[in-house]
Design a protein around this ligand. Structure first.
Ligand code: HPA
Length: 248
């Protein structure tokens, strides 16, 4: 049963202009989440949302307290989480400004706290399918209905905060990655551990390093395509939320 639904919003969060009612500061055993958890209403349904990089985008991907974020949402009764993540486009089928709903991931991150298991205990989480298939299908369905069909594929999660070299992107492509971003891990596995259904709506904001057809600095691409991509995300939220099963 779907209970509370949450959005974890990444780069460009302020541009989505989400309502911020009832901001709650949640204490967790892992410290403070990236931001207070706010409430917003979409299509008559109340959702929670959290800004992954903080309300002023001050927290780098490798410094995000992913455990505190997931713990806080779980403590507030969240059962389903839609993550919005900016990515670079590797597969030519994915154009900057467009959406992707990854069905698989490859984790290239290191040194991030990636489990809730206390020291001295071992948890081998089944992660064969890292994203919730039904939730991913609902995101893709809503995108399609809004005229923004989403590419499926594999999300390569890099450590950052620097962008990749062209050779690193060649390697990710050989590995089968469709897109590259820095934040789906350990977010996805922590959601799985704590029992939250989790899927990603990725926004391609640039051609991955070495993939741009004309010389266009990555940062100027991001400026341009983030706006377009987040416009597509804003348009799909209402149909997406309307397609979710009724709340518990
Ligand atoms: N690489 C890694 N993470 C990203 C990128 C990229 O090109 N664009 C947005 N997030």
């Amino acid at each position: 049963m779907t209970g509370a639904v949450a959005l974890i919003v990444g780069s460009g969060a302020p541009r989505l202009e989400l309502e911020s009612e009832q901001r709650q500061t949640v204490e967790t055993p892992y410290g403070a989440p990236s931001s207070p958890v706010s409430t917003l209403t979409i299509g008559g349904r109340r959702l929670r949302w959290l800004a992954r990089h903080g309300l002023h985008h001050g927290i780098a991907p490798h410094e995000i307290n992913y455990r505190a974020n997931l713990w806080a949402l779980h403590a507030l009764g969240v059962t389903d989480c839609i993550a919005i993540n900016a990515v670079g486009a590797i597969d030519p089928a994915l154009l900057p400004g467009r959406l992707a709903v990854p069905r698989q991931l490859i984790d290239y991150t290191w040194g991030r706290a990636a489990s809730f298991a206390p020291a001295g205990t071992v948890v081998h989480t089944d992660f064969t399918e890292p994203f919730d298939a039904a939730l991913a299908a609902r995101i893709a369905g809503a995108a399609e209905r809004c005229g923004s069909p989403a590419v499926a594929g594999v999300y390569g999660v890099t450590q950052g905060p620097r962008l990749e070299t062209a050779a690193e992107i060649d390697r990710l492509e050989r590995d089968g990655c469709t897109m590259v971003g820095m934040t789906a891990m350990p977010e996805a596995v922590l959601a799985r551990e704590i029992g939250i259904r989790y899927a990603v709506c990725a926004v391609a904001v640039n051609y991955a390093a070495g993939r741009e057809p004309a010389a266009a600095p990555i940062h100027s691409q991001i400026e341009r395509y983030l706006e377009e991509g987040l416009g597509r995300v804003a348009a799909l939220l209402e149909p997406l939320v309307g397609s979710l099963p009724a709340g518990a």
